[in-house]
Design a protein around this ligand. Structure first.
Ligand code: PLP
Length: 389
């Protein structure tokens, strides 16, 4: 493991935004940048060799998800994978807590946004209720990037299949698995997934590389035009060094997954227990059981999220208030808004959902890090309470 965040003398609790690169992944990437630079689409010897390397990498990625290699398409990441999927359909059912790369393109077509429950989990029966004879696609993320809630994918697929059988429809199921690869079993056969987005940047690999799984005979058209790369699905020279690093990152993830899940679960339980004693007003956002083992998302009423993030950062603790790509805007988190709305049965003002922060742990997180974070949070709360109560 690359001890990057420790070397920086920071406590990094923002792994859901970005993971540091594993040292072995970095080795693979560096070697490949030197040796595998030739364009895999050319016809000379070095290119042909790289084409073989690329084909093998695709096979490796497919194996992790019990897919076939011709069902894997490399992209620039989950944003692109999600866009390819969503832009292919005109009538969609999704949830109101998806990542912006699903929500934004979905808003351009006829989409039903099913609200999640107060625990941040969507009810499969509500998905079923939203299906019509015109529905073409259901897109529900495996695990939420802000509150870590794990969605009942198998049950949702069951409802879709039942609807398809009864109504002779062919509704497909897509999942954004970006946050799930580190921790969950993502066997596309067992889960009945037709389309799946994931990336390397969240699994200790490089950013800017990801993939889309497309089940055989699923009618998906390209959205980026140019060369014939990726079997005509996605134009642009393949980033082979990054792809090889992606494969290495997947291999490591697979190897240490079970152990990491257990270790992080213990840390998560400890963190939550201590948070409860810190301040009785702290609210834990999202279901406590069906949740990624690295995620803790809390609301401290009346204290602006950004202020908490900045105060923690000043003490060397790196956290986020919401999805990193939305951190700059003024609006409250759409995910926290969604769970509070379902709690209160209506829309809320920004200030009512303020005070939420996400701690996302990872491979380098230790109990000492959590203790220091809790101590810092306690200091911040006693400082800010004077102003906000
Ligand atoms: N989907 C989810 C759930 C995410 O957490 C992210 C990144 O934070 C994305 C999609 C976008 O991924 P990328 O940065 O690879 O485009």
């Amino acid at each position: 493991m690359l001890k990057s965040t420790k070397k920086l003398n920071k406590i990094y609790l923002d792994y859901a935004s970005a993971t540091p690169m594993d040292v072995n992944v970095l080795k693979v990437l560096t070697k490949a940048l030197k040796e595998n630079f030739a364009n895999a689409s050319a016809i000379h010897d070095m290119a042909v060799k790289n084409k073989k390397v690329l084909d093998n990498a695709r096979k490796d990625v497919a194996r992790f998800f019990d897919a076939h290699s011709n069902e894997i398409f490399f992209t620039s990441g989950s944003t692109e994978s999600n866009n390819i999927v969503i832009q292919n359909f005109k009538n969609i059912v999704t949830t109101n807590i998806e990542h912006a790369s699903v929500l934004e393109p979905a808003r351009l077509v006829n989409t039903t946004f099913v609200g999640v429950e107060t625990d941040g989990i969507v009810d499969p029966k509500k998905i079923k209720k939203a299906l019509t004879l015109e529905t073409e696609l259901v897109s529900v993320m495996c695990a939420n990037n802000e509150i870590g809630t794990i969605q009942p994918i198998k049950e949702i697929v069951k409802e879709i299949r039942h609807f398809n059988k009864t109504n002779n429809t062919k509704i497909l199921f897509h999942t954004d698995a970006t946050q799930a690869v580190n921790y969950l079993d993502l066997n596309v056969e067992r889960l009945g997934i037709d389309l799946m987005s994931f990336n390397a940047g969240k699994i200790y690999g490089p950013k800017g590389i990801g993939a889309l799984y497309v089940r055989r005979r699923t009618p998906i058209k390209k959205i980026i035009f140019g060369g014939d790369q990726e079997n005509g699905m996605r134009a642009g020279t393949e980033n082979l060094p990054a792809i090889l690093a992606f494969v290495e990152a997947l291999k490591i993830t697979e190897k240490i997954k079970d152990k990491e899940v257990k270790r992080l679960k213990k840390l998560q339980e400890y963190f939550i227990k201590k948070l409860k004693t810190l301040d009785k007003n702290i609210i834990l956002n999202g279901d406590i059981e069906n949740r990624l083992p690295n995620n803790i998302n809390i609301t401290i009423p009346k204290i602006p999220s950004d202020l908490l993030v900045i105060e923690l950062s000043a003490r060397g603790v790196m956290v986020s208030a919401k999805s990193a790509c939305k951190s700059g805007d003024e609006k409250a988190s759409h995910v926290i808004q969604a769970i509070r709305e379902s709690e209160q049965g209506g829309s809320l003002l920004n200030k009512e959902v303020d005070g939420s922060i996400r701690f996302s742990m990872g491979r380098e997180t230790t109990k000492q890090d959590i203790d220091y974070t809790l101590k810092s949070l306690s200091q911040i709360l006693s400082k800010l309470k004077k102003w906000y109560t």
